[in-house]
Write a protein that binds this ligand. Sequence first.
Ligand code: ATP
Ligand code: MG
Length: 249
Amino acid sequence: MTQTPNLPQATISMRGITKVFATDEMETHALRGIDLAIDTGDFVSICGPSGCGKSTLLSLLGLLDMPTSGSYQIEGHEVSGLSLSEAAYIRNEKIGFIFQSFNLIDELTVFDNIALPLRYRRSSIPKAEIDARVQACLQKVDMTHRSGHRPNQLSGGQQQRIAIARALVGNPALLLVDEPTGNLDSKNGDAVMEMLCELNRKGTTLCMVTHDPRYADMAGRKLHLLDGRILDADGAPLQHPQPLRQVAP
Ligand SMILES: Nc1ncnc2c1ncn2[C@@H]1O[C@H](COP(=O)(O)OP(=O)(O)OP(=O)(O)O)[C@@H](O)[C@H]1O
Ligand SMILES: [Mg+2]
């Protein structure tokens, strides 16, 4: 596939990743040894039953949370043991998120919602550049005419397009998408998927959780998760090496 020249690289490698959620009463083994490599320009879909660990995997990929053990490298740099602020810095620079429930802020205009990730960057970006990048993203999702509206004045499909624009404004190396069509009817769902496929065709690396087999089939690679493990094509858990190092006790 032809890469858009200014898109950053996204080489992702997970080995033996586990995630245990522990409370006083119980431990939940949400991920039980994930090996996963994603290259720049890939489109990977993740399917599996409720509770199998899909969102947990996405939040680890996006550095919203840290694994219990295992190795996670982005562009060859180990990121599994980073502090929260270091993780937030990398996330802000390299990763875009699209959540199932849009997660837009109703008190802000569409324009300010999209600008938010840029305003959180460590190095301040000049206002003129922020304006230009937000406008470019509004154009990409065909929502220029709504830039002054509040999210709660928009339809579900329109809100999801704004969420996509917000995820794209930082020019992320990796776009993580959790059930992007979960709250949409099939017409709006198809439109959002078309937009995501187009982004991938232009070079954006995409990792998408979906329960819809039609949309999962659009990906170049389909992963099936069951009980915290990735299944191979025959439905058996893939073998994985022992965790390379412990991240937390
Ligand atoms: N913060 C948490 N604390 C404790 N347990 C958690 C936490 N987050 C997730 N879990 C548990 O980890 C397991 C995996 O959850 P996860 O949200 O990844 O599932 P999922 O595959 O995304 O499910 P769904 O399709 O319903 O969204 C579940 O058993 C869930 O209850
Ligand atoms: Mg989930």
